[in-house]
Design a binder for this molecule. Structure first.
Ligand code: HEC
Length: 170
């Protein structure tokens, strides 16, 4: 294919191509972020009510353990994940924050054998209403990857299928 004909080919496909891109962008950005976040927060709230409210409040003051309002801002996200997953292990490792909390509250927080997914949901619940942490949570990466792959596949489909002959005269 000569350069002229190739340019003509691209120009001919352009309307379908850009429309498809715009559609995919809005479609996947809505699904990749809004939906899972809401589901996650509700899941986290349920687990929190079942297990954590025995010792914690969110904004209601100290109970057996600290008030967890704003904890997602107060602590590093990675630290929070590790602590909720296995607080006893963090004490064993002499994590300075865990040690200080233990000293302050007098009893260690037990490990509940939660899965990483459950911990992620609890953190989403605790962080709801707080400014979103920077970066893409690992939970969204599969959705994003599928989105990108679908965009690439649809783009090629659009390039091949959408036809409109354009003659370029120089
Ligand atoms: C039996 C009481 C108890 C239960 C149930 C409990 N915790 Fe705790 N939690 C504590 C105590 C006590 C501390 C203070 C740290 C320590 O003494 O080891 C703490 C500390 C924390 C911290 C650190 C707070 C900070 O200021 O950094 C987080 C986060 C936390 N808990 C989350 C949870 C979550 C999420 C659950 C439910 C899955 C939960 N806790 C269930 C007693 C509990």
């Amino acid at each position: 294919m000569s350069t002229d004909r190739f340019m003509g080919f691209l120009i001919g496909k352009f309307p379908g191509y850009s429309g498809m891109m715009a559609f995919c962008f809005f479609f996947f950005s809505t699904f990749a972020y809004a939906e899972p976040q809401q589901v996650l927060v509700e899941k986290g709230e349920k687990i929190f009510q079942e297990i954590c409210t025995a010792c914690h409040t969110v904004g209601g003051g100290v109970l057996v353990g600290p008030d967890l309002k704003g904890v997602t801002r107060r602590r590093d996200l990675a630290w929070l994940r590790r602590f909720i997953l296995a607080p006893d292990q963090m004490l064993n490792e002499k994590d300075p924050i865990a040690l200080a909390l233990f000293e302050e509250y007098g009893i260690p927080m037990p490990s509940f054998g939660l899965t990483e997914e459950q911990v992620e949901a609890i953190i989403a619940y605790l962080g709801a209403g707080e400014p979103a942490p920077a970066g893409i949570p690992s939970l969204y990466i599969p959705t994003l990857l599928i989105g990108v792959l679908a965009i690439v596949a649809l783009t090629f489909t659009g390039l091949i299928a959408g036809t409109k002959r354009v003659e370029v005269r120089l």
